[in-house]
Design a protein around this ligand. Structure first.
Ligand code: GLC
Ligand code: CA
Length: 521
C-alpha cells in the first residue's frame, strides 16, 4: 500500500487524550427529538427520557441545540435570556437533571452558545434601542446610515441594516432582523458574554458549540467586494478578520478557569480549510472547528479524497484536531444530498466514524433519514431548513411516539425508519452506527491511531489507521464494481455495511457501494 500521507498524531496512551478527541458527539435538536408533555414540541424531559437510547447507541457526548429563552424567530438561535431555559423546553431544574443524568452515564453535554447576536426581545436590546444615551446604547452596532453593503442571511437578499425608531438609526443584523448583532468591540459586551459561559459551566456543562463564532470580530466600515456573490451568500461566510482571534483567546481563558477539559467546537462557516484552521490558534483558541468544505463535498471518491487530504494537510502541522460532520439542522440530510440510496448513507457512516478526528452525528442520521417534505402551509423556518428538522420517529405506531402530533411533518418512510423497528433488525443502518461506535471503543486506533491514505484515482477510498500494535484498513467502495484485496483474505472484519456470514472467513472482496473496516493480518 502506497502511503502519501503519514502523520504524527499522538501515540500517547488513551488516558492522555482529552475526551473531545476520542468522543463521538451526537447533535440533539431539542424541538424535534422527543416530546414529554405532548404539546408537539420536543423538550428537555424528552431528551432525558431517551438517554437510554443514546447510551445503547454508544455516543459519548451530546451537543444540544439552543434551549435558552427565545421568541423562536430562528427557533432558539435568537436568545432573549442566555441564563434561563425556554418554557417550551422546560426549566432550569430540568437542565440540571439532564446534566446530572448525562454525567451519571459517563456522557458529556455541550450547549449551543450564540454569541454573535441576541433576540430583539433580549432586555439588552430593548434598552439599547430605546434612545442613544442609555447604559446599553453601545451594546449593539448602531449607525446613522448603513456602514457597508452587507447582506443578511436567512432573508431573501435583504440588507444587514435595519432602520429603527426611536434612535433614528440603523442596527446591524447578519441574520434575521429579529437577531441584532452584539457589539463585541465593547468590552462590557465581551464580559457579559463570558459570564454566560461561566453560568453554564458552574452548572456542570462540559463545553459549547459556538454558533457562527467567526463573526464576533468584524470590520464594519469595509464593503464586501463581490456584491452579487455576497447577496447570494450573506456576509457571514466572507467575514474573517484578525480581531476575532484575540477574542477567541479570551474565551479560551474563560473555559480554562474550570477543571475537567471544558471544550469548544466552533461553527466557523468559512468554506476554506486554510482559513478555518486559523481559528484553532496556536492551541489557544477553539479546541475544535467544524469543517464545512468537507460537509459540502460531492459524494464522489476523488472529491472526498481531496477534501480529506487538504483538511489534514492544514490541520496536522499545527496539531489541530479535525472534526467530521455530514449533516446538521441547517442543511439537507446527507443521504439525500448523496443521491438518496441507503448504500451511500451506510458507506458515509463508515467514513464519518473512522477518519482521524472527532465525528459529529446529527440526530436521525443513524436511522438513514432523508428530509421531510414540508407543504407550503406548514413551512415555518424563514431559512428554508424545515425538512432536516423533522421530528424523530420513535415507533412504528401511527403517531411515531408523538401522541398529539408534532410541529413539523415526519420524514418519509417513518413506518420503517423509526427507532423501534430498526432496533429489532440487527442488519439495519442503526445497528451499523452502533457497531461502528463499539468498534471505536474496542479498537482505540480508530479514534487516535495514525492515518495514511492510499494514492488512487478510482472510485474507492482506502486508508489505514495504525495504533502501533494493530493496523486497520478502511475500504469505502463508492464505485459500481467490486474490488478484491488479496492481503485482506482471512482478515478479521470489524464492521461491514453489507451483512456477512459471521463464520465464513473474509475473502477480501469489497462489493460495489459497500464498505468494510478490517484488521490488517
Ligand atoms: C448558525 C445556526 C443556524 C442559525 C444561525 C444564526 O448557522 O446553525 O441554525 O440560524 O447560526 O444563529
Ligand atoms: Ca413538549
Amino acid at each position: 500500500m502506497q502511503n502519501d500521507m503519514q502523520n504524527d498524531m499522538q501515540k500517547t496512551m488513551p488516558h492522555d487524550i482529552p475526551w473531545w478527541q476520542t468522543a463521538v458527539v451526537y447533535q440533539v435538536y431539542p424541538r424535534s427529538f422527543s416530546d414529554s408533555n405532548f404539546d408537539g414540541i420536543g423538550d428537555l424531559e424528552g431528551v432525558r427520557s431517551r438517554l437510554d437510547y443514546l447510551q445503547w447507541l454508544g455516543v459519548d457526548a451530546i451537543w444540544l441545540s439552543p434551549m435558552f429563552r427565545s421568541p423562536m424567530a430562528d427557533f432558539g438561535y435568537d436568545v432573549s435570556d442566555y441564563c434561563d431555559v425556554d418554557p417550551v423546553f422546560g426549566s432550569l431544574a430540568d437542565m440540571d437533571a439532564l446534566i446530572q443524568d448525562c454525567h451519571s452515564r459517563g456522557m458529556k453535554l455541550m450547549l449551543d452558545w450564540v454569541p454573535n447576536h441576541t433576540s430583539d426581545e433580549h432586555p439588552w436590546f430593548v434598552e439599547s434601542r430605546s434612545d442613544r444615551t442609555n447604559p446599553k446604547a453601545d451594546w449593539y452596532v448602531w449607525r446613522d446610515e448603513p456602514a457597508n453593503n452587507w447582506f443578511a442571511e436567512l432573508t431573501t437578499g435583504q440588507s444587514a441594516w435595519q432602520f429603527d425608531e426611536p434612535r433614528n438609526q440603523y442596527y446591524l443584523h447578519l441574520f434575521l432582523r429579529q437577531q441584532p448583532d452584539l457589539n463585541w468591540d465593547n468590552p462590557e459586551v465581551e464580559m457579559a458574554m463570558h459570564d454566560t459561559l461561566r453560568f453554564w459551566m458552574d452548572r456542570g456543562v462540559d463545553g459549547f458549540r459556538m454558533d457562527v463564532i467567526h463573526l464576533i470580530g468584524k470590520e464594519i466600515d469595509r464593503n464586501d467586494p463581490d456584491e452579487a456573490f455576497a447577496k447570494q451568500q450573506g456576509h457571514g461566510s466572507l467575514n474573517d478578520v484578525a480581531i476575532t482571534h484575540e477574542r477567541l483567546r479570551a474565551i479560551r481563558r474563560v473555559l480554562d478557569e474550570y477543571e475537567g477539559d471544558r471544550a469548544s467546537v466552533g461553527e466557523v462557516y468559512l468554506l476554506d480549510e486554510a482559513k478555518m484552521v486559523e481559528y484553532y490558534g496556536a492551541g489557544d483558541e477553539l479546541h475544535l472547528s467544524f469543517n464545512f468544505s468537507f460537509l459540502w463535498a460531492r459524494w464522489d471518491a476523488p472529491a472526498l479524497r481531496t477534501r480529506i487530504l487538504t483538511t489534514l494537510s492544514h490541520l496536522q502541522p499545527r496539531g489541530a484536531w479535525p472534526t467530521w460532520v455530514l449533516s446538521n439542522h441547517d442543511v439537507p440530510r446527507h443521504r439525500q444530498r448523496y443521491g438518496g440510496t441507503e448504500e451511500a448513507a451506510r458507506v458515509a457512516a463508515v467514513m464519518l466514524l473512522t477518519l482521524p478526528g472527532t465525528p459529529f452525528v446529527y440526530q436521525g442520521e443513524e436511522l438513514g433519514l432523508i428530509d421531510a417534505v414540508v407543504p407550503p402551509e406548514q413551512v415555518v423556518d424563514p431559512g428554508g431548513r424545515d425538512g432536516c428538522r423533522a421530528p424523530i420517529p420513535w415507533t412504528a405506531d401511527a403517531d411515531h411516539g408523538w401522541p398529539l402530533g408534532s410541529w413539523l411533518p415526519f420524514p418519509p418512510e417513518a413506518d420503517d425508519r423509526n427507532v423501534g423497528t430498526l432496533q429489532q433488525n440487527t442488519d439495519s443502518i442503526l445497528h451499523l452506527y452502533r457497531n461502528l461506535l463499539q468498534a471505536r471503543r474496542g479498537h482505540p486506533a480508530l479514534q487516535s491511531g495514525t492515518f495514511s491514505m492510499s494514492d488512487r484515482d478510482d472510485d474507492v477510498i482506502v486508508y489505514e489507521r495504525d495504533g502501533g500494535e494493530r493496523r486497520y484498513r478502511v475500504v469505502l467502495n463508492l464505485g459500481s464494481e467490486s474490488l478484491a484485496f488479496d492481503d485482506l483474505r482471512g482478515a478479521t472484519v470489524l464492521v461491514s455495511t453489507v451483512p456477512r456470514d459471521a463464520f465464513a472467513s473474509f475473502d477480501g472482496v469489497v462489493p460495489a457501494q459497500s464498505a468494510v473496516v478490517a484488521m490488517v493480518p
